[in-house]
Write a protein that binds this ligand. Structure first.
Ligand code: NVA
Length: 306
């Protein structure tokens, strides 16, 4: 994957996804080899971040390279400076860019003008690094991906978009329970259906959390109000009120089901208070796996090592 951008999960084949999972599994056991000695990564972040920022920074350091963090006030993508100029300048300095921004089209424009790989560190449309790390976590816990069923409860947001594409590429059945008006958009759905027709993954959209959770191997949720939607928070709290994941909903899933959340979580909103302490919860494994999977990704796109 040397030189390749990762803006959407749809940029990957199932073979590439498996290469990343396999490589991340190896790296997790033996992680401090300086394969990226002297290489540098620019982190352009226009939204807040804990996991993505820390895990990419550490990933570079532990592989012998380094990262440079650039906040919104420093870069101002498309405002202080045209995106095309930012892309061309950074391409002369660093070996890879991770961008977290609002508009997915801005990330695409950055990638179009950059001559180095650009990785999506979250846009309003997708969060591919989260979905790939989640596949690693599910694989570790379940020993397979194909044939499992993931139930996503809540907003069909960036995380859900990346998950439905990732699941349908690797043959994992995907169910999503969301209120009317907050369901997966046709563009993403048709892509996922196309991937599913090859991999065998089925896709189910419902408005009923219990229908989605019934017998599922993985129950997944995310915030009701994503970054950038803060003005809608009060309205969303009402719309999503019956989409909270609690022990009663988890009890409808398979008895060995795992519970996942990309974090940050709003305890008492999309998850019942205390749910992260449930024996089903693997959320901190998910957070840790961001580091390992992203090391595999950086090695692959910067150095062509898999
Ligand atoms: N959907 C959330 C994910 C945060 C990791 C957001 O975009 O804010």
């Amino acid at each position: 994957m040397k030189g390749k951008d990762l803006l959407s999960i749809a940029d990957l084949t199932s073979k590439e996804i498996w290469q990343l999972i396999t490589s991340a599994t190896k790296i997790k056991q033996d992680y401090r080899r300086p394969f990226l000695l002297g290489k540098s990564l620019a982190l352009i972040f226009e939204k807040p971040s804990l996991r993505t920022k820390v895990s990419f920074d550490l990933a570079m350091r532990e592989l012998g390279g380094h990262a440079i963090y650039l906040s919104q006030s420093e870069v101002g993508l498309g405002k202080r400076e045209p995106i095309s100029d930012v892309a061309q300048v950074l391409s002369r300095y660093v070996d890879c860019i991770v961008v977290r921004t609002f508009s997915h089209q801005d990330a695409e424009e950055l990638a179009r003008y950059a001559t180095i790989p650009v990785i999506n560190g979250l846009t309003d449309e997708e969060h591919p690094c989260q979905a790939l790390s989640d596949l690693l976590t599910i694989y570790e816990k379940k020993g397979k991906l194909k044939g499992l069923t993931l139930a996503f409860i809540g907003d069909a947001n960036n995380v859900a978009n990346s998950l439905i594409l990732a699941a349908s590429l690797v043959g994992m059945n995907f169910r999503i329970a969301s209120p009317n008006g907050y369901q997966v958009k046709e563009r993403v759905l048709s892509l996922a259906r196309r991937f599913g027709s090859v991999s065998g993954a089925t896709i189910l959209l419902t408005e009923e959390p219990a229908t989605a959770a019934e017998g599922a191997d993985v129950v997944y949720t995310d915030v009701w109000t994503s970054m950038g939607q803060e003005a809608e928070a009060e309205h969303r709290r009402k719309v999503f009120a019956r989409y909270q994941v609690d022990e009663a909903l988890l009890a409808k899933a398979h008895e060995d089901a795992i519970f996942m959340h990309p974090l940050p979580a709003h305890h008492g909103e999309e998850i019942a208070k205390g749910l992260l302490d449930s024996p089903h919860s693997v959320v901190f494994d998910q957070a840790e796996n961001r580091l390992h999977l992203q090391k595999a990704l950086l090695l692959s796109v910067i150095a062509g090592i898999s």
